[in-house]
Design a protein around this ligand. Sequence first.
Ligand SMILES: Nc1ncnc2c1ncn2[C@@H]1O[C@H](COP(=O)(O)OP(=O)(O)OP(=O)(O)O)[C@@H](O)[C@H]1O
Length: 578
Amino acid sequence: MLKTLMKSIREYKRASILTPFYITLEIILECLLPLVMANLIDRMTGSSLIPIIRYGVLLIIMAMLSLLFGYMSGRIGATASCGFAKNLRQDVFYKIQGFSFADIDKFSSSSLVTRMTTDVTNVQNAYQMIIRIAVRTPLMLIFSVIISLTISVKMSLIFLIMIPIVAAALFSIVFIVFPIFKRIFEKYDSMNNSVQENIQGIRVVKSFVREGYEQEKFHKSAADVCKEFTKAEKIIALNNPILMFCISLAIFLVCFIGAKTIINSGATELTTGQLSSLINYGVQILSSLMMLSMVFVICSMATESANRICEVLNHESTLTSPENGVTEVKNGSIQFENVSFRYSDKSKKPALMNINLDIKSGQTIGILGGTGSSKTSLIQLISRLYDVTEGKVSVSGIDVRNYDLESLRDEVAVVLQKNVLFSGTIKENLRWGKKDASDEELVRVCRLAQADEFIEQFPEKYDTYIEQGGTNVSGGQKQRLCIARALLKKPKILILDDSTSAVDTKTDAIIRKALREEIPDTTKIIIAQRTSSLEDADQIIVLDGGRITEQGTHEELLAYNGIYQEVYQSQTNGKKED
Ligand SMILES: Nc1ncnc2c1ncn2[C@@H]1O[C@H](COP(=O)(O)OP(=O)(O)OP(=O)(O)O)[C@@H](O)[C@H]1O
């Protein structure tokens, strides 16, 4: 774990060393201050003011230098910890970009968000603590013990006896609290999940007037987080009283025994100044223990966070690009050979079973099937959004797993059912398909996708700003923009997964005609619920429960007494058949 995290420290290694260095100087001065103060107090009873001024000036200089070193360590430490967090977030983000859909399913997107935000912040806080307080506190403890021993061994024994008692109490608190942190993070994940779901589906929530239900759901997950946190905080809250009791007891004993020693020995064994400095060291020793226990609490919380971050960073993606993979996709022919697929080992039933399919380059393939019949699962295997569980999918005669992943995906444009537009202008959104596309190219693909007409009606045309999630364009407009974006890639395979469902039938027909005529060499796979969207396909397949149950042209399937004929008749009321 440490090795993984160390990579993110990179350019901040020097700062990570300099901070403890300045802290060491700060602590040395801070520990010497009570000694100087003891001398100052003892000179107060003398007749000359000169030693008082001398010790007073020394005290001020030492205090100022100690503050300066403290400031330097704080400054450098903050730069290092913020930089470390930035690098760590960046590393996690880059790693996630390389994740397959299956990897994202495994972690869940909301958990990935928590790991990148809350968990990184916890690790950042712990790192700052480690390079500052975890260095400062033991040093303070050691120096204070050594100096107080040089003043009076007898008096120091009081603190030395207290140390193991306080340490045992404080650290047992840490061990009790540790397992609670694991639960806190799990609850956090579930709370973030509910926030994410709600915000993404806020329109559905409002249209179904489910705000109350959602509030209740959120209240429950927030209350769960609060409950676990409260449990931990209640235990941590014992820290202070334990320590304050021990400090008070130690100070009382030091004062009592110290005063007795001064009276009995006539200040030859111990002076008043030395007694006051012993009290200071005593407070420093015991409060160092408290700081150390706090460091342990924060570090134990961060250890759980660091584990979660390392899980992401060390995750071996289930779907990677092969070394020296094939970079050229010669044509858009596709073969499925005995393909079976299940989303994960936990899935009870495979999503696809024994699929065999031969698609020639340039053909148009229609796919029809009820909800959950695995239409989307089928097409996701072509661009390796998921890998097959059994069998083989080939593009232009080569197993898709042998292609360089980027080269393969460059040639397969998928307009997914849940299409997404990003905040930015229409031009910027379209150029996701090809970042150096000229304005003329943008207009050409928008005409093909029947998007040009409505874009021209916007006052700012292609510079119209699309809000996050494409909320300021209609469903049909969004679908056409997504098709245009896919066309810009000039792919060898174009897959439209129910991508014209929100487009009227007339426009749908115009888009299909344009695609047939303008990109004849591109293999087109069209998933649709309307048989009218599929009737001119070279081949139509019907999926049912993850299996191909019917296959043929529109006419062939109409002649066959199956699902296709039934769907067709229900959509046309049998008019065309009659
Ligand atoms: N990410 C996933 N993890 C696990 N199971 C999944 C996942 N996505 C889909 N499934 C399951 O796989 C099966 C097929 O889903 P798929 O989305 O391919 O169907 P579909 O025919 O495209 O449905 P629809 O027309 O409703 O979009 C369903 O039973 C679904 O629950």
